[in-house]
Design a protein around this ligand. Structure first.
Ligand code: FAD
Length: 324
């Protein structure tokens, strides 16, 4: 009997989120011949995003485009996803989402409604015949748990930047617009997103993160990091020390009580490497630490270390990368 693999796709400012393409890639790897692959896209004014997404999926793309979905509202989005799932040709076997604010909100609701299991924050997937094993970090990345869904059915959220993104499909998918009847809700959003950080690259999905700590010493000091991040096409992050000191917005905080990032390259500047900070970045592929204290704990997790003053080292790096 065929099964449905469903990816709930997110957009940000009208563009597809990279983690959704990673989820599509995972679904493609997991499904067997004959299994259906569907994507669900919710929001408003989705024509461009739907056309772009259709390039990546051979199956059907269920689109719910409704003015009420212009911004994320849990009750409405959940209901819209349920209406989309009801339009599928068969029962969903696996529903994949990004481990984003939206994915973390929707996944448990979906698992509860479908009475199935849920695995969160997955960083690797292994398939052996019918058995799918999900790996996810625990205890701030110190341990890894391997989980299976006992009946093979469930809802899974994927940590950004850990799986390859889907490549364009051989044939474009079919866009299926769905009617949406919004339920009456107990709340209405009066004001849309208030932007505090003008991040050019999304921090959680950035391939390169240049992060600053208390050693950066001021908000002006962060400009030096921004220049390096801009030159590398990366994003700026921060330690809580830097946020608490008022050098940057808490939206940049990385760590146990901040964001978790897994970029290709993490450049820690003037960050001591407290355990709570490591919780948010130790899974980065390559860690480069710049610190004037050779005993700083960050060097224990760093692949490359530069002992020196960040205000000398970072501008030098920017200059060199600009020449490449
Ligand atoms: P510091 O520890 O003060 O380190 C500054 C570093 O900069 C030093 O190593 C110094 O040698 C170096 N330095 C100074 N000047 C220069 C220079 N010119 N050039 C190069 N290097 C220089 N922290 C987080 O980051 N994220 C979290 O999510 C988080 N959650 C927490 C949750 C709890 C419950 C608690 C208790 C703490 C949490 N913390 C978190 C705080 C954490 O314990 C540390 O206090 C914090 O990470 C320290 O920030 P820092 O490394 O920037 O500052």
């Amino acid at each position: 009997m065929s099964k449905s693999y469903v990816v709930i796709v997110e957009t940000k400012e009208g563009k597809l989120r990279q983690v959704s393409l990673e989820a599509l890639h995972a679904a493609n790897l997991l499904r067997e011949d004959g299994d259906h692959l569907s994507a669900v896209l919710l929001g408003h004014q989705l024509d461009d995003a739907a056309a772009e997404l259709a390039r990546y999926i051979e199956g059907q793309l269920l689109v719910i485009d409704h003015a009420e979905l212009h911004t994320y509202q849990p009750e409405l989005a959940f209901e819209a996803v349920i209406q989309a799932l009801n339009a599928l040709p068969d029962e969903p076997k696996l529903i994949l989402l990004g481990h984003t604010a939206i994915g973390r909100d929707l996944a448990p609701q979906l698992a509860a409604r479908l009475a199935c299991g849920q695995v969160s924050d997955v960083t690797a997937i292994h398939k052996d015949g019918n058995r799918i094993t999900f790996t996810r970090p625990l205890y701030a990345g110190k341990a890894f748990e391997q989980t299976i869904l006992t009946d093979g059915t469930g809802v899974v959220t994927l940590r950004p930047n850990n799986l390859a993104p889907a490549a364009p499909a051989a044939a474009a998918g079919t866009i299926v617009p769905l009617e949406f009847t919004p339920p009456s809700t107990l709340q209405t959003i009066l004001k849309d997103v208030v932007r505090k950080v003008s991040g050019k690259v999304d921090l959680t999905e950035a391939k390169i993160v240049v992060s600053g700590g208390r050693g950066v010493k001021s908000a002006v000091g962060f400009k030096v990091l921004e220049e390096l991040a801009d030159c590398l096409g990366g994003a700026v992050g921060a330690s809580r020390g830097a946020c608490d000191a008022g050098y940057c917005d808490y939206a940049l905080q990385i760590g146990q009580t901040g964001k978790v990032v897994t970029p290709e390259i993490y450049i820690a500047c003037g960050i001591s490497g407290a355990i709570q900070h490591l919780a948010g970045m130790s899974q980065s592929r390559i860690i480069i630490a710049i610190n004037k204290d050779p005993e700083a704990p960050i060097f224990k997790v760093a692949d490359y270390g530069i002992v020196g003053d960040l205000f000398e080292v970072v501008p030098l790096l920017t200059e060199q990368f600009k020449e490449v």
